[in-house]
Design a binder for this molecule. Structure first.
Ligand code: MN
Length: 294
């Protein structure tokens, strides 16, 4: 397959007051990187641009990683947190959860961040929903690992397949050379500013895919910039993804949609009176299971 630049698509997120995001995953050919199955990059944007009212998830974990600004997360298991740069907000939907996300008025004027989804393996996708919050490490360590292990740092976040996620802060012109797990495939996101990944330019908001077998990578930028590295063992289960749901079959998705619309499965976001986001109509075709194309 080789390395490949994953050019992100611009997508409006969150209904009537949508924020524009750059979606690098799923990509037409590369659906997953390890169990990472979704990547939305946003910002810098000013004001209070994020207004994502209550909506459901199934079969996945959401990972919110901010570079600037603040987002308030609330969910149906009763969590209420303010996520700041460097904090890990990790919501495990299991069979079903609902949540909302709003950027805060009082926060710094610019919002920049990434929301990832991680597909739960079959063994974990029916579990009860949980939420985990890990406050940011205030040190100036240029490598902050939020999932798994990299460069001698380890995150205590709970994940269900072998994977990694880390922020790499780049000073101008100084390359960061990282040892990689050769069992993993990886993606490197230019999270803030343009970067070069082994010499190839990756513009702000885009992602470079690195195929399994690679033992190291060099990341550099001509101005101060921030990269986010994700990776994992190639995910060998075939997924059906539609709207906010990750399932294994068309029927999984139809059932989840009906149970969001009827209010019977995904709970209620505690302390949130905003109207929930209705599910879009199902398309007029059977949803197809998809995996990476080689
Ligand atoms: Mn969500």
């Amino acid at each position: 397959m080789g390395d490949e630049l994953l050019v992100a698509r611009d997508v409006p997120l969150g209904g009537t007051r949508a924020i524009m995001v750059r979606r690098a995953l799923p990509h037409r050919r590369i659906r997953t990187i390890g169990a990472w199955c979704f990547a939305d990059h946003y910002g810098p944007v000013s004001g209070t641009p994020m207004f994502v009212a209550p909506h459901p998830h199934m079969g996945l974990q959401t990972v919110t990683w901010l570079l600037a600004g603040e987002v308030e997360h609330k969910d149906s298991v009763g969590s209420k947190v303010t996520v700041k740069p460097g904090d890990l907000s990790l919501m495990t939907s299991g069979r079903g959860i609902s949540h909302s996300e709003y950027s805060l008025d009082a926060a710094t004027p610019m919002l920049t961040g990434i929301q990832f989804w991680v597909a739960l393996p079959d063994s974990a996708r029916q579990m009860e929903p949980t939420f985990e919050f890990i406050e940011g490490d205030p040190s100036d360590d240029p490598i902050k690992v939020f999932i798994g292990e990299l460069a001698g740092r380890t995150s205590r976040a709970t994940v269900y397949t072998p994977m990694v996620g880390a922020q790499i802060t780049l000073a101008a012109v100084v390359a960061q050379r990282l040892e990689l797990n050769p069992e993993f495939e990886h993606g490197v996101v230019a999270a803030s500013g343009d970067i070069r990944v082994d010499g190839s330019l990756v513009r702000h908001g885009q992602m470079m895919y690195l195929e399994p077998g690679r033992k190291q990578v060099a990341i550099v930028a001509s101005e101060p910039a921030t990269a986010v590295l994700i990776g994992g063992e190639p995910f060998d289960e075939t997924l059906v993804m539609w709207w906010n749901f990750v399932g294994r079959s068309h029927e999984d998705i139809v059932t989840a949609r009906e149970e969001w619309e009827s209010g019977t499965r995904f709970g209620t976001v505690v302390g949130d009176d905003n109207p929930r986001i209705p599910a879009p109509p199902m398309p007029n075709l059977r949803l197809k299971p998809r995996r990476n194309l080689s």
